[in-house]
Each structure stands twice: as C-alpha cells, then as structure tokens.
Design a protein around this ligand. Sequence first.
Ligand code: PLP
Length: 371
Amino acid sequence: MPACAYLDHNATSPIRPSVLDAMVEALSEGGNPSSVHRVGRRARARVDAARRQVAALVGALPAEIAFTSGGTEANNMALRGAGRNRVLVSAIEHESILRAVPEAEVIPVDGRGLVDLAALERLLAKPEPALVSVMFANNETGVIQPVAEVVRLARAAGAMVHCDAVQGAGKARVDLRDLGVDYLSLSAHKLGGPTGVGALAVRAGAAFVSDRNGGGQESNRRAGTENVAGIVGFGAAAEAARDGLDAAILRDRLEVALLAIAPGAKVHGAAAPRLVNTTCISMPGVKAETQVMALDLAGVCVSAGAACSSGKVTRSAVLSAMGVNPAEAEAAIRISCGWNTASEDIDRLIAAWKALYIRVTHSELSQARAA
Ligand code: PLP
C-alpha cells in the first residue's frame, strides 16, 4: 500500500488483500483449465467460480461473461464483434472506443456531460442498422449516462447497444438486464482487482463474432489460455465490490470544502447524476500539472483530467465536448476515491489544496503589488 493519500482509483484501484490472497493461491496451484486431469479441472472450477462472481456483480448469467485482457480488449471486441457496419459513439467515450472504430459517428454531449438524446434520435433516423456505444459513467467526471434511455431509442430504431461499464461497475449499481444493453465491458483493476483482466458480457441471444483465431476458450468468444490467477482475482474483487456498494460518501464533504477554499473553483458535471467516488474540479488559474505535482509533494495522488497512457497531460477531450472553456479545462484535476479511502485522506487533500491555493493567490497578490 503506498504511503500516501491515494485518490486516483479511476486510473487504477489498489489491489484488495482478499484479491491478492485468492490470486496467490491460484498462481501456486497453476493448471490449464482446458486440461482434463485434476489440476486442469481445479483451474476450470476456479475460473467458473469467478465467472459466477463477476456475473453476479452486473446481473448477468455466468454464460454471458467472456473474460478478456481488460476493458480495452472488451471494448474492441464489442465494437467489432457486433457485426454492424454503422457505429455511433458518444463524444466522451474512452479512447479504446473512439479509436476502435475511427469512422464511427459521434453523439454529442451537453454542458452537464450527458449524452444528447435528441441528437442520438436524429442519428438513429437513418435507415442503416447501427451499434450504439455509450458508457455507463465517464472516467473523468463520473457523470452517469442515461443508458436505459439510450437503449429505448436504439431498440425503436433496430440498433444494438454496447455499454462501457468499466468505471461504473462496483461504484454504482450496474445491471445488464435493467439497462437492457447487448454488450457490457468491465475491467478488474478499477474495482480492486489486478490489471490485465476484464470481461465482455454478451447478452444471451445477441450476435457476436470473434475476430480472434485460436482455441475455443470462453465459448469461442475469446481464444487463448485463460489468465486463471487474474480471473480469480477479478472474481474476488467483484464479490468484494458488491459487498461494498453502499460505502460512505466522502465526495460531498470534499467538494463542499474545496469550493469554500477557492470560491472560483468549479466542479464539472455537478448538474448531472455522478459516481459517488469522482470529483473533477478546476482550481481557477492553476494548471492541472502544477496541482498534481504540488499535491504529490504533499503525499496526495490525484490525476490531471484523463490519465493518459504516455504520462503526458493533454487537454481533456471530455471537458471540451462539454463546452468547458480551455482555461478551466487546463485547471481541472480528477480526484477519485475507492475501497480503501479514509476520511484522513480527504483531510490531507483538502489541506494540501488549500496550501497551494493560498500560495498561488499570495504570489499573485505580491506580483500585482510589485508591478
Ligand atoms: N473504459 C474506461 C471508461 C476506462 O476508464 C478505461 C481505463 O481507464 C478503460 C475502458 C480501459 O480499461 P483497461 O485499462 O482495463 O484496458
């Protein structure tokens, strides 16, 4: 466990002790689930148990779950495997959606960060049957999308629906059947499981063709020897996350405190339903990188907008799509809590943010006086 206030769970959530224990046991035992001997059968039993645990987290049937190498692979599989030539994606999707089908048509979002349902309806009016991909909750703002409404519009137009629930599962109630989607993507490391494992839920009866050649694993949906220990860890994390769905809400206390420190601060997506763990906030006039570094020096880990794979901070496409002005977007950091966040972590963040704000405003004042 890092000796800091780790408030970057949307980037990755620290592994839960119960997950680690389950994985060590599975790794020590080894075995290929396709082998017919006892070691193989035990590995198969572990994978099957994990499949039930992950299915239970999202109201799916175990047979509907195909394990993958993570959320990125699940998203790519859904967009390609649905077999629809026309794909509609929201403007705030993760890059693994936006880049999977570069020619996809984009559904805009409004200033609250919610997908524009009227625009979707217009796009769906074209006769060609489509696949619509709208995420459950956004990774930067935490804004929860009206997925059931999206499904209603899509069904009326004969379209299929994929939902990237990587950031929603384990943080809010996500139910495949209640949402009514055909495909649902999940990732273990966002809920206290290991990196490198995820799942695609394919609703029974929904079309799916794998473009991967190899063995018949995962009911022919994802060829390749299963990552048994990773899958076991995912199952344990899913079970723990299900038990912890009602975890205390620290977000509201945090936001009230930060807004009181810097009256010009702005919480993005505050007018929409949001995940209880996520705050995207701009400190007026202070670049996100400056904030992230200052907070890091004070032992607080947060991220600047989207955690970008190269480690470089670029302007947030999500905030741009919401119409946030560039100066505010460049000053936005993301604070995301999780299973091991304690009240003291929030106190530490508030104190460090306050110290930075006072430093910046004082140095601006002294510069103005000197000028
Ligand atoms: N989808 C969303 C919304 C995400 O936030 C992420 C990761 O940040 C992914 C997909 C990719 O998941 P993974 O890291 O498991 O590939």
